[in-house]
Design a protein around this ligand. Structure first.
Ligand code: FES
Length: 87
């Protein structure tokens, strides 16, 4: 997780996690983000079902699932401002 972004810039998923207010207690979040990164590396345009399937097995006792899906979808759609060309 520490190597996902770089020193000057968060990875798009990390930024989306913050934007969506995903983390609650934080316990599961490293695994959630790394699973999402793996998904997007192999499938840059996943459907909602693809996201749900890929994230299955990452248990979040705080119930952040809907926010996780929203964050992954925002990155997959390229809708984050830091993903725009020239940003
Ligand atoms: S944020 Fe608390 S377990 Fe996922």
């Amino acid at each position: 997780i520490e190597g996902l972004g770089d020193q000057d810039r968060l990875h798009a998923l990390q930024a989306a996690w913050i934007e969506q207010g995903v983390p609650q207690c934080g316990y599961c979040q490293s695994g959630q983000i790394m699973s999402a990164a793996h998904l997007l590396a192999s499938n840059p345009s996943p459907s909602r079902d693809d996201i749900v399937t890929a994230m299955t097995g990452n248990i979040c006792r705080c119930g952040t699932y809907s926010r996780i899906i929203a964050a992954v979808e925002s990155v997959a759609a390229g809708s984050r401002p830091d993903q725009q060309e020239g940003a």
